[in-house]
Each structure stands twice: as C-alpha cells, then as structure tokens.
Design a protein around this ligand. Structure first.
Ligand code: UT7
Length: 334
C-alpha cells in the first residue's frame, strides 16, 4: 500500500505592504476597527506586473528544493486559486509548470476558494494512494488585489496576495501518511461570498469592472457565523473519527481569515496558544494561499519539526470547507 506524505513546504510573499494606516486614507475605516474585528495589521500586495503564477513559481521552487527531489521527479501539479492569471484558460498550473521547467506533467487548477489548498491536498493524496502519481506539487497562489474593490471597506481591509506550495510524495511508511482529510461544500450559501460576474452565468460584455461585478463581494457577518460553526464542527469530527485528542496536535493551522474566528475554534478545541498558528496579522486573508503560507511560517521559524502533527482547517466561498490531519515528514530547517 502506498501512502501520501507531506514532504516539504515553501512560500512567497510580495514585497509591497499595505498597512491599516494606508487603508484609513482609502476608505472610511480605522486601524482600531480592523485590528479589533479581524486581527489584521497589514497585508502584502503583488506588483502590477507580478502574476499569480509568478508568486506560485517562487513558492514552488522552495518547496521542490526543500523536498530534496529533482524537478524531473514531479509528476503532477495542482494549483488552487480564485485569482488565476486567466479566468478560463490556460490554467495557472500549466503556466507554473512551464515556468518551473517541469516538463509535460499533468497540470490543472481547482476552484474551492479558501479551502483550495485542503482540496488540492486531498486530490494529491488520492492520486498517490491509487498509485497513479508519485510526487505531486500543490500550490495555493492568489493575487486577490486584482479582484478586490478598494472602495468597499467590507472586503478591502481583509485580503492580501501571496503563495504557498508543498510537495506530496508516495511513501510505504504508514507513520508518514497523511492520516485523514475531510472535505465538503454547500452551494446554497453561494451568495455569501462571490465574484458575481465573468463566468458563464453572467453577461460580461460591460468592461467597467465595478459595474460588471468582477470584484469579490462578501456578506461578512453571515459568513463569519457559518465559518465559526463549520470550522469547529469539521475539526471536532475529524479528531473524533480518528480517535485523536486535540492535545496531540502540534500545530493547528486554520485558514487565516479573522483572528476572532480562529480564536473561537481554538477555544472550542481547548487548544493552547502555542498550538494555534496565527499569521493573519501580517498577511491578512490570502484565500487558497493562506494555509501553506502559515505552514511555511512555522517551518522557517524552526517551530515545525519532522514528525509534528498538523491539523489543517479551511473554510471559504462556495461555500466549501475541509480539514486534514497531516504529519510533517520533511527535514526541519533548524
Ligand atoms: O475567507 C473566507 C471566509 N471569510 C470569512 O470567514 C470572513 C468572515 N467575516 C468577517 O471576518 C467579519 O464579518 C468582518 C471582519 C468582515 C466584519 O466584521 P463584523 O464584526 O462581522 O462586522 P459587521 O459586518 O457586522 O459590521 C459591523 C459594523 C457595521 O456598521 P453598523 O451597521 O453597525 O453601523 C459596518 O458597516 O462595522 C461597519 N464596518 C466597518 N467599520 C469600519 C464594516 N466594515 C468596516 C470597516 N471599518 N472596514
């Protein structure tokens, strides 16, 4: 039996920082409101000529290097993004594969918003366990600034850009195996968080991006309540079904949307502050990139060690959600 192991992590954060003080000048908001309601102090914004694929490539280069594999060993790439280089085709994954020089590997994008990385992880696990692939590169990359309306204070204070990537490899060692992944969705909540236009369900002959509805819209408070409920239920279920006490989790890595959501879920699981990974303060919400960026943070700070058990928990537009119990099998940085 082949198992899937989480072999390595990498991330990329664009240089430009957008602070709460700068947003105070752009919309009717304040550093105090943003900090108190979300925990966010700043977010990073990609350069005008920097695409989602460019950020994905930088994150992936690190993940491949840290995996100890050669590029030729990678036999598939999945990119989770809601801000692809091109909305219909080609996929951002194919562009990343070519920029990386990965050859003619199978490459595709998935659309599961902030849950994208966990969905990609579950697809990678299935391909590896079935024996179809051996080393899969998964990438969560977002240029959310390209679909953010900087006149809408309900969303523009939240989102940032960045990318994270991981290599998932086949192993025969059961101790290294990703233990379990739960995923779900409910399209009846589609209107809570959406980019209304640009798809086949909409007229898109108007070119005014705002009028044409090309920006993200969110019913923040309703989304908040469903997020807390769903994220908590999801992790309680995966822990119970696998007979794992929350005290055994080394790192709880939730989607970084809002400090208050993370705190509520962490409290429900009776997790200590040391177990909960928090990056929302410096990156904001980077959707599909948020979980791998957070994993990379604990990796680069030396907190993530070989054998540590991670509990991932994501929630996003769709609505979609997912959780995963993942031992880290890569070499620690320190
Ligand atoms: O990543 C995918 C999933 N996304 C999420 O999980 C995000 C979930 N939602 C949230 O994080 C929060 O709902 C927000 C941070 C978006 C909003 O926080 P909230 O505590 O739910 O605020 P609210 O929407 O209930 O608004 C409270 C007040 C309103 O004013 P009134 O009606 O009480 O006078 C808003 O108009 O705060 C106002 N407000 C703001 N004030 C200053 C909304 N946005 C802002 C702002 N600055 N940026």
């Amino acid at each position: 039996m082949m198992y899937a192991a989480f072999r390595s992590i990498g991330a990329y954060v664009p240089a430009k920082i957008l602070t709460n003080a700068e947003l105070e000048v752009m919309v009717d908001t304040s550093d105090e409101w943003i900090t108190k309601r979300t925990g966010i102090k700043e977010r990073h914004i990609a350069a005008a000529d920097e695409r989602t694929s460019d950020m994905g490539v930088k994150a992936a280069e690190l993940a491949i290097k840290r995996s100890g594999l050669a590029k030729e060993d990678i036999d598939m790439i999945i990119c989770a993004t809601i801000s692809p280089d091109y909305f219909c085709m080609p996929s951002t994954a194919t562009i990343i594969a070519t920029k990386l020089g990965l050859g003619k590997v199978m490459a595709f994008d998935i659309s599961a918003a902030c849950t994208g990385f966990v969905y990609a992880l579950s697809i990678a696990k299935a391909f590896i366990e079935s024996g179809m692939k051996k080393n899969i590169l998964i990438v969560g990359a977002e240029k959310l600034s390209a679909i953010t309306d900087y006149t809408d204070r309900g969303t523009c204070i939240l989102f940032g850009d960045g990318a994270g990537s991981a290599v998932i490899s086949a192993t025969e060692d059961k101790n290294e195996a990703i233990i379990d992944i739960h995923t779900g969705s409910d399209g009846s909540f589609a209107d809570l968080l959406m980019t209304p236009n640009g798809g086949s369900g909409s007229a898109h002959d108007e070119l005014d991006r705002e009028a044409a509805g090309c920006y993200m819209r969110m019913k923040g408070n309703e989304t908040f309540k469903v997020a807390v409920r769903t994220l908590t239920a999801d992790v309680v279920e995966i822990l119970e079904q696998n007979n794992i006490e929350s005290s055994k989790i080394t790192h709880f890595v939730p989607h970084q949307a809002n400090y208050r959501i993370i705190k509520a879920v962490g409290d429900a699981l009776e997790l200590s502050d040391e177990q909960v990974v928090l990056t929302v303060e410096k990156y904001g919400n980077t959707s599909g990139a948020s979980i791998p960026m957070a994993i990379n943070d604990i990796y680069e700070s030396g907190k993530l060690q070989q054998g540590d058990l991670m509990l991932l928990d994501a929630f996003g537009g769709g609505l979609t959600w997912g959780s995963a119990l993942v031992p880290f099998t890569g070499k620690a940085i320190h």
